[in-house]
Design a protein around this ligand. Structure first.
Ligand code: OGA
Ligand code: MN
Length: 283
């Protein structure tokens, strides 16, 4: 029998994404409530909680219930240990995360949860879209599942990203970032979520350099197929933001992107990510 949860669940689709109603995270909740919330993130992949008037500290404290908060590595190497970030789009600073990706896949331990809290929302546009990479894995033929299950992918900060990231810090920290991250990190293409046991495709869009051991043609074609497959509308859920919406997603079974269709309107979201485990392979 399912355990009672301290909120109502309104699914966004039959298998991916849900709005949770009845929790006020500005109030101290019980350990059981936080555990139920974490289970919901894992179960639904993406959860939305509306009207959460969290301040910076409250959002960080919520993330810390589930693990250490990730500090963006260029800032860590510049000696700034601040896990809080802002996504802010203005006329002078157009939307950036507008292609499918997962966050920080080139970390040896990529985040397990991502969290955004909306503070300024445009009157039109600016939705975020997520893709269910566990549903996408399940929908592959058994033969393709078997083929991809033994593969590893090199995730790497590509050239434009490298330029942008090192420009955010001083030269010394930029060089340290290059040294530490230029080679990239290999992760399994199919990963097991330790909290659910479920398998998903660990895809990360433009952060993926290649499938280890394949020729460039083979790798490009197979990654292209898998990206096209996993980002079909049938695996997506999408959220139209209101102020004080809080969205938490499981980075281990999703990709996401921001839509830029509000530009040049103002949009501002507070962001943090919770550190995850070294991705588990299938066996
Ligand atoms: C992010 C991100 C999407 C958005 O913060 O990692 O991709 O909709 N944001 O702003
Ligand atoms: Mn992102």
């Amino acid at each position: 029998m399912a355990t009672a949860v301290p909120f109502d669940v309104e699914p966004l689709t039959a298998s991916f994404g849900a709005v949770l109603r009845g929790l006020d995270l500005t109030q101290q909740a019980s350990d059981a409530d936080y555990a139920a919330l974490q289970n919901s993130v894992v179960q639904h992949g993406v959860v939305v909680l509306r009207d959460q008037q969290l301040n910076d500290e409250q959002q960080l404290a919520l993330g810390r219930r589930w693990g250490a908060l990730h500090v963006y590595p260029v800032f860590r190497l510049a000696g700034q240990d601040v896990p809080l970030e802002w996504v802010e789009d203005t006329e002078k600073s157009p939307p950036k995360a507008t292609r499918w990706h997962t966050d920080l896949p080139w970390e040896p331990r990529p985040p397990k949860f991502g969290m955004l809290s909306a503070k300024v929302v445009p009157d039109v546009g600016g939705d975020t879209v997520w893709a269910d990479t566990a549903g996408a894995f399940d929908a592959l033929s058994p033969v393709m599942q078997q083929l991809v299950s033994g593969l590893r992918v090199l995730h790497k900060v590509e050239a434009d990203g490298m330029k942008r990231l090192v420009s955010l810090v001083d030269e010394e920290a930029g060089n340290a970032f290059r040294r530490e991250y230029a080679h990239g990190v290999e992760h399994p293409l199919v990963r097991r979520n330790p909290d659910s046991g479920r398998l998903s495709l660990f895809l990360a869009g433009y952060w993926m350099d290649r499938i280890v051991g394949m020729s460039a043609d083979e790798s490009t074609s197979l990654l292209h197929f898998l990206m096209e497959h996993a980002t079909q509308p049938r695996f997506q859920c999408r959220w139209r933001w209101s102020v004080d919406d809080l969205v938490i997603w499981d980075e281990r079974r999703t990709m996401h992107m921001a839509l830029p269709d509000h530009y040049p309107r103002h949009r501002k979201l507070r962001r943090c990510t919770v550190e995850g485990e070294v991705p588990l392979s299938i066996s």
